[in-house]
Design a protein around this ligand. Structure first.
Ligand code: MN
Length: 308
């Protein structure tokens, strides 16, 4: 029972992984809103996130200063080194992890890892239900945000009847699923569209059109005045081409080259990413590495070809 592990503590901090996606943000906020309702002294920390998530309830409540942490809850994060605030994590006396990454290293005192689930937010929804916790509309919006984004608008990942039941039940309490889908997955800013356009033009195909590859360089991002998260979705677009089994997207960043991999499901891209110290899921994975882009491209194609 989730509540048994939480309710004894008062000062609680919630966090997720670096470069937080919709599932990381959604699960953090849902947990935050729930514990706030319970009268807990609770706060959360998130790395910088894409503007499209600023509509989520509670997101403006992030605090500057965090002290005396009895319990830390780590969400959607497979290992300690992936956490956004590892220093704060280590300061906490107790820890709970809730995650759906198959590569989860069970680094918390208590680990709720269900790697068949499409999103951490779905795990959280059912943990709330098991504990007879009423999910408010605000919490529901945050949870739906995770399911929508991790499945790229209900198109990838291990969607089951449990996912559709969650959609059904949250719809009934007023969660506007279509609106969340539009805000986070469908609508692109003009800047994002220009970036997408540039990446599309450059797409190259390999292995009888079964691998698609594209990239953005630092000067593209500068020229088009791109903002954090503006590249999201490019890799999914090239996977949409008929016959493509694996899509590769590479992008320059201050930390090295960011690689995003997507698969139709026949090639396990989490396995490919793990070769480069990355991780993820069968159909969506990634990593950041200090390597020349051209060299990384060749290495990735070589690794993917082994499994095609
Ligand atoms: Mn996730």
């Amino acid at each position: 029972m989730l509540n048994n592990y939480i309710m004894d503590y008062n000062n609680i901090l919630i966090m997720a992984h670096k470069r937080p996606d919709g599932d990381a943000i959604g699960s953090v906020l849902a947990m935050y809103l729930y514990l706030k309702e319970q009268g807990k002294k609770v706060s959360f920390v998130l790395d910088e996130y894409a503007k499209s998530f600023s509509f989520l309830p509670g997101i403006m409540d992030q605090k500057e200063k965090i002290e005396d942490i009895d319990l830390v809850i780590a969400l959607d994060t497979s290992s300690m080194d992936r956490l956004s605030h590892i220093d704060l994590f280590k300061k906490a006396k107790h820890s709970i992890g809730i995650d759906h990454h198959p590569s989860n290293t069970k680094y918390c005192d208590h680990n709720f890892v269900y790697d068949m689930e499409p999103a951490t937010c779905q795990i959280l929804y059912y943990l709330f239900k098991e504990n007879n916790i009423d999910v408010s509309k605000e919490i529901g919006i945050c949870l739906m945000n995770g399911l929508v984004t991790d499945t790229n608008g209900f198109r990838v990942g291990n969607l089951t009847s449990k996912s559709y039941e969650m959609i059904y039940e949250l719809s009934k309490i007023g969660v506007d699923v279509k609106d969340i889908c539009n805000r986070t997955v469908v609508i692109k800013t003009k800047k994002q569209f220009s970036l997408l356009n540039r990446a599309m033009e450059r797409t190259e195909f390999f292995d009888n059109d079964r691998i698609a590859y594209t990239y953005l360089k630092r000067n593209d991002l500068e020229e088009l005045n791109a903002e954090l998260g503006d590249h999201e979705g490019i890799v999914d677009m090239i996977l949409n081409i008929e016959g493509i089994e694996v899509a590769i997207f590479l992008m320059d960043s201050d930390d090295g080259v960011i690689a995003s991999l997507r698969s139709c499901g026949n090639v396990n891209v989490a396995k490919v990413a793990s070769i480069f110290a990355g991780g993820g899921h069968v159909s969506a994975a990634g990593f950041t590495i200090k390597m020349e882009m051209a060299e990384l491209k060749d290495k990735l194609i070589m690794e993917i070809e082994k499994d095609l």
